[in-house]
Write a protein that binds this ligand. Structure first.
Ligand SMILES: Nc1ncnc2c1ncn2[C@@H]1O[C@H](COP(=O)(O)OP(=O)(O)OP(=O)(O)O)[C@@H](O)[C@H]1O
Ligand SMILES: [Mg+2]
Length: 250
């Protein structure tokens, strides 16, 4: 079967600095895959390379068997890959509903037309409403995104990320900065909204990783040192040495 997402010998240098140093990885359809590793390992850079934000120095990225290397982000998004950012990335002055509507509009094939009111587009309305229910923010419909709580903003961001209907979802540290109960809610939300989709997630919280992921890749200094099931990653001596042992001292 063709992998949902396939990275082949991906490399990225910034000047003389080699940041991603030959990453190959196949992520299957419907898999939940976590990428873990120390700060500065290159996890976000790997996301940028995959989603088209930056171009790799060499190597290939394929989505459902089609080469997407070097395509602009909107083109990769149109082909079914959507990502969130490590830093919350929503329109603060627009309401919850308006943020979701933005995410929905284009994906339903509507082009901007200044003479037509977007309020009249029933499919957009229904889908935005559905998204708002999924992320549990129906009660906050008209609140500007900028005044939501941090956890609500992250939930909205997940709504925006899935809003376009992509089937490969990439989330960069979706629970960063959350307390325990917020994290639990975020995990439940991620589980629900990525049902039947492919999820690639960067995450530092090991309880989230071991709870959600089918497989885990460990990235250290721009190289994947292991890809395996959570149980086997936990037992892997090299991983413990490079990361897990270190994380438990933090
Ligand atoms: N545009 C850039 N120019 C130069 N160096 C960069 C650039 N982007 C990232 N780097 C460097 O690449 C390395 C990896 O950064 P990256 O943000 O991918 O790490 P990360 O694994 O996501 O870390 P964290 O866990 O802190 O989010 C860092 O040393 C960073 O300083
Ligand atoms: Mg990062």
């Amino acid at each position: 079967m063709t992998a949902a997402l396939s990275l082949h010998d991906l490399r990225k240098s910034f000047g003389a600095m080699s940041i991603i140093r030959g990453v190959s990885l196949d992520i299957e359809n419907g898999e939940r895959h976590a990428i873990i590793g120390p700060n500065g390992a290159g996890k976000s850079t790997l996301f940028h390379l995959t989603s088209g934000r930056i171009r790799p120095t060499s190597g290939e990225v394929s989505l459902h068997g089609e080469r997407i290397t070097g395509l602009p982000p909107f083109e990769i998004n149109r082909r079914g890959l959507s990502r969130s950012f490590q830093i919350t990335n929503i329109f603060p002055k627009l309401s919850v509903y308006e943020n979701l509507r933005c995410a929905t509009l284009w994906s339903l094939g509507h082009k901007y037309a200044f003479w037509r009111s977007i309020n009249g587009l029933r499919d957009v309305r229904e889908r935005s409403q559905w998204l708002m229910e999924q992320i549990g923010l129906t009660g906050r419909r008209d609140v500007p995104a900028g005044v939501l709580t941090y956890a609500e903003q992250r939930a909205l961001e997940i709504g925006v990320t899935i809003g376009g209907g992509a089937d490969v979802i990439m989330l960069d540290e979706p629970t960063a900065g959350m307390n325990n109960s917020e994290t639990e809610q975020a995990v439940a939300l991620i589980r629900k909204v990525t049902e039947g989709k492919t999820l690639v997630m960067v995450e530092h919280d090991m309880s989230v990783v071991f709870n959600l992921a089918d497989r885990i890749s460990v990235l250290v200094y721009g190289k994947i040192i292991a890809t395996d099931t959570p149980d086997r990653i936990r037992e892997n001596a090299e991983v413990r040495e490079a990361y897990l042992g270190q994380a438990s001292h933090q």
